[in-house]
Design a protein around this ligand. Structure first.
Ligand code: 1CP
Length: 352
């Protein structure tokens, strides 16, 4: 069986090319996505396995990519826990019944993930039929804190006031909510593995909103326990994205994942050096500025190459953007970035 390039790089093994994919590679910047989305709401699209698989495969038909990420959202599991989810156009997600008290928490439901979120598994199984054997199927979930922040606020937030209020005034409720989400998340990820995911990713976009101490004591342990529970039953790779990565986020003592996805604001060589100083045996993913696709071709190529050169110093490197692609991304610019990655591989021979 042919090896999966991304899985190999994630595990720190040699590959004959640098794996490349893009966060939010399926989405509004693609006209073929907009054509499907004009007739269906986002949440309904996520819950329809045939359409979700179709949308997941769209970028792979256009671009030479090493991975597909299942089309869904980190907030989909909240719908199985008893909150209703809508996406107001232009306003982002809205969740009903925000969790602000012990009573709110008590009303939440611990779902049977196979039954209540099985459509995500079905979409993964369908998508996989459209992949080459060397391409990787990525399943994902939000990390407990990032999901909790939406469940508590009931929407996106700039100040995270309700999250902080719960954390400071009802720490027990905050802790129990994190425990519940962590338990559901590990079951949800294992369900995706069973359906065919070859690699998993945990998104912790808002981890940077806590103090360094609270991240260490209240956020990181729940996230790491999700990885521990998954790894007890599966030996594939897991990528962790800690959002806008401040230095203290690299204090990942005892981190059990395999890859750190680096935000575009960080300098990749510095992130790699920090990881090494901490003695973490992990690969890195990232970290092109998603806005760099607007640059003239020569500048875009230079930015891509700088990241590739920095990546050489890591145990393994998966090329990606440092946050999701934006709706105004010109699809043709992705072809240039991919071409630069492939030509870099030709000049340097086999990786690592
Ligand atoms: O209108 C539309 O078509 C919906 C836009 C959209 C899409 C395409 C949303 C709304 N989510 C998604 C898909 C999505 N979300 C994926 C699919 C796989 C991919 O191609 O990458 C993934 C992995 C996510 C993860 C996600 N959702 C995160 C973590 C990563 C990140 O971007 O930081 C977060 C924070 C969300 C919440 C969310 N969903 C959608 C929006 C606009 C937001 C952010 C809202 C906010 O700012 O709070």
């Amino acid at each position: 069986m042919s090896k999966k390039t991304l899985v190999e790089a994630a595990m720190g093994r040699a590959t004959d090319r640098t794996p490349i994919w893009f966060l939010r590679q399926a989405g509004r910047y693609l006209p073929e996505y907009r054509a499907i989305r004009k007739d269906i709401e986002f949440v309904d699209l996520c819950k329809n396995p045939a359409l979700a698989a179709e949308v997941t495969l769209q970028p792979l038909r256009r671009f030479d990519l090493d991975a597909a990420i299942i089309f869904s959202d980190i907030l989909i599991p909240c719908t199985a826990m008893g909150q209703h989810l809508t996406f107001d156009s232009g306003h982002g997600p809205v969740l009903t019944h925000p969790i602000r008290s012990a009573q709110d928490l008590f009303k939440l439901h611990h779902p049977n993930v196979e039954k209540e979120l099985g459509y995500v598994g079905e979409a993964i199984t369908l998508t996989k039929k459209g992949l080459r054997p060397d391409q990787t199927m990525i399943g994902f979930a939000g990390a407990p804190f990032t999901v909790a922040s939406y469940m508590i606020e009931g929407s996106g937030s700039k100040t995270f006031t309700e999250v902080k209020k719960l954390r400071y005034t009802q720490p027990q409720v905050f802790e129990e909510l994190m425990e519940l989400i962590a338990a559901v998340t590990s079951e949800y990820l294992l369900m995706q593995v069973k359906a065919g995911a070859d690699c998993l990713m945990l998104f912790d976009t808002w981890a940077n909103q806590m103090t360094a101490e609270d991240y260490r004591d209240l956020v990181f342990p729940h996230m790491n326990r999700v990885i521990e529970a998954v790894k007890a039953k599966w030996d594939g790779p897991l990528i962790y994205y800690p959002g806008q990565t401040l230095e203290w986020l690299f204090e990942l003592n005892g981190f059990l994942g395999d890859v750190i996805a680096v935000d575009w604001r960080s300098r990749l060589p510095r992130a790699i050096a920090l990881i090494e100083n901490l003695g973490l045996n992990v690969s890195v993913q990232g970290n092109l500025d998603p806005q760099a696709f607007m640059a003239p071709e020569s500048l875009l190529r230079r930015n891509v190459r700088q990241i590739l050169e920095a990546g050489q110093k890591a145990r393994g490197h998966i090329f990606n953007v440092g946050h999701g692609l934006l709706p105004h991304t010109p699809p043709e610019a992705l072809l240039i970035a991919i071409d630069e990655v492939r030509s870099f591989d030709k000049t340097r021979g086999s990786s690592h």
